[in-house]
Design a protein around this ligand. Structure first.
Ligand SMILES: *Cc1c(COP(=O)(O)O)cnc(C)c1O
Length: 405
């Protein structure tokens, strides 16, 4: 094993199980390992690198801003934050935004906003507010957020958990309506579940959830940390059903693959529950992050990345459907957000990811049975052709070995 891997394994907590490759450089859709071997990045850091590695426009903005002003905290106004949030609000049809850094912090912000809105605007009895989340959800790793999870491994050993959360079957709008009570402040949902295994709900699900939430005065909050910003072939995954949620959470690609940048956006009525001192973050909305986030949004629009995601995603999914392998039990996805479901009786998604890595294609398994394909949105047709050839050959190899044994 490489000594670099040994070093990391010795000093870094084992809270991940990385593929055995040591990356040292990235450019566009490619990364290189410490020996100079080139890989096509079909994972893009769980969709954080939608703009491609070392995007030249983003690198330029960082260089200028890093020498000018980086961190001052929100104790002061800066010449970067307002422009950034203005564009984010205009593009997502929201009124106001609260900037944070990681996705989990923005989810926590959404929960705080929903609860306080529940008490101050909806009139829910003190400390009785409920938030409904979905089975199979992933919203991050803080204690409060994992309290909403039904994945035993996310929770085991970390209790006790805060109260006030309920779970409803993902994709079942009727069940949502049944679960709502006068104490329900919000329904928190991923338009497509990412970590859950690229799970696409039935057509019209989000729209129906929106109608139900309206009817019962419940906030519809969309966690688009992974699905947002072009990943699924439209700017937001909510746009596919023309749903404007009451609250929206963005992260990952918002930082252009350079910095952690996240935010909670909402209608004015919701965001106005926050007053000075209620909530904050030392780094949230700093000028460097704001400059990067603003440019990341401009690139998405000017370079039509959501449209590219749609076109290339359809192309990729079409080609994957053409693969005739008994190992594949399903192909799901939208835009460049694709999961290949592997029949666990025949192979593990992990083995496939390792074999793809040998061939220079980086992917990552999710939930043992799904190979995730979510490349930078700048990927080209010929690169997809090459990737699908590798996948096809790996599946054929593994099927041959399986039949021989
Ligand atoms: C990644 C992710 C998060 C958490 O983001 P972090 O930056 O890792 O805290 C939350 N929600 C969804 C849907 C995600 O994909």
């Amino acid at each position: 094993m490489s000594s670099t891997i040994e070093l990391e394994n010795k000093f870094c907590a084992h809270n991940y199980n990385p593929l055995p490759v040591v990356l040292s450089r990235g450019n566009g859709v490619f990364v290189w390992d410490e020996n100079g071997k080139k890989y096509l990045d079909m994972m893009s850091a769980y969709s954080a690198v939608s703009h491609g590695h070392a995007n030249p426009r983003l690198v330029e903005v960082v260089k200028n801003q890093v020498a000018k002003l980086t961190i001052v905290s929100r104790a002061y106004y800066t010449d970067q934050l307002g422009e950034f949030l203005k564009l984010a609000c205009e593009l997502t049809r929201q009124d106001m935004a609260l900037p944070m850094n990681t996705g989990a912090e923005a989810v926590e912000t959404a929960i705080k906003a929903a609860r306080k809105w529940g008490y101050e605007v909806k009139g829910i009895e003190t400390d009785k507010a409920e938030i409904i989340a979905c089975t199979g959800n992933f919203h991050g790793r803080t204690i409060t957020i994992i309290a909403m999870s039904d994945e035993p491994q996310y929770q085991y050993g970390f209790g006790p958990y805060p109260a006030g959360f309920k779970l409803v079957q993902y994709g079942d709008a009727e069940a949502l309506e049944k679960l709502i009570t006068p104490h329900t402040a919000a329904f928190l949902v991923e338009p497509i579940q990412g970590e859950g295994g690229i799970v696409v709900p039935p057509k019209g699900y989000l729209k129906t959830c929106q109608e139900i939430c309206r009817k019962h005065n419940v906030l519809l909050i969309a966690d688009e940390i992974q699905t947002g910003l072009g990943r699924t072939g439209s700017l937001l995954a909510c746009d596919h059903e023309n749903v404007v949620p009451d609250g929206l959470i963005l992260g990952k690609a918002l930082g252009g693959g350079i910095l952690p940048v996240s935010m909670f956006l909402s209608k004015r009525e919701v965001m106005e529950v926050f007053t000075p001192g209620d909530h904050g973050s030392t780094f949230g909305g700093n000028p460097l992050a704001s400059a990067v986030g603003l440019e990341a949004l401009k690139i998405l629009i000017e370079e039509k990345l959501p449209e590219r995601s749609k076109e290339m995603g359809n192309y990729l999914i079409g080609k994957l459907h053409g693969l005739d392998s008994p190992l594949i039990s399903g192909i799901r996805g939208r835009g460049l957000f694709v999961g290949i479901e592997i029949d666990p009786a025949l192979a593990s998604a992990r083995e496939i990811c390792e074999a793809l890595m040998e061939r220079g294609l980086l992917s990552k398994e999710t939930h043992e049975t799904v190979v995730r394909l979510a490349p930078p949105l700048i990927i080209r047709r010929d690169e997809i052709d090459w990737a699908v050839d590798q996948i096809s050959e790996v599946l054929q190899d593994m099927d041959r070995i399986r039949l021989a044994s």
